[in-house]
Design a protein around this ligand. Sequence first.
Ligand code: ZN
Length: 145
Amino acid sequence: MLNDAESGLDDLYREVILDHYKSPRNRGEAPGATLACEGVNPVCGDEIHLSGRTADGKLAELRFFGRGCAISQASASMMTETLAGRTLDEVRRIGESFKRAMKNEPGATMPEENGDLEALEGVKKYPVRIKCALLAWETLAQGLG
Ligand code: ZN
């Protein structure tokens, strides 16, 4: 969990994370799912179950449920919000850029498609929590193959 000794900017970020954690977007299972996968982060005890429907080269629907820390669940919520309805090419591109940004690769920036993702920037200061933020995204990448 993010600690209390952070700046005001981090407090703002934390509010966005807690909002997604307490009110997850696209929670549940997608009806008629064509995609179902799950991932765990044993270091933190996080679990994410994803289900979705692909049609005409698009990720028509994407839902999740799970349990674990606020970062893992909030990141999953933001991911579904960011990716649902996009083409599979966009899904892969945005997923890759998120991963590169979280791993602090040179020149990598957070995807601009969802401003809430910026809130996860603060997590980069806690290397052990990066896996929490990446869990849903890596689970989806594996599920899409
Ligand atoms: Zn976690």
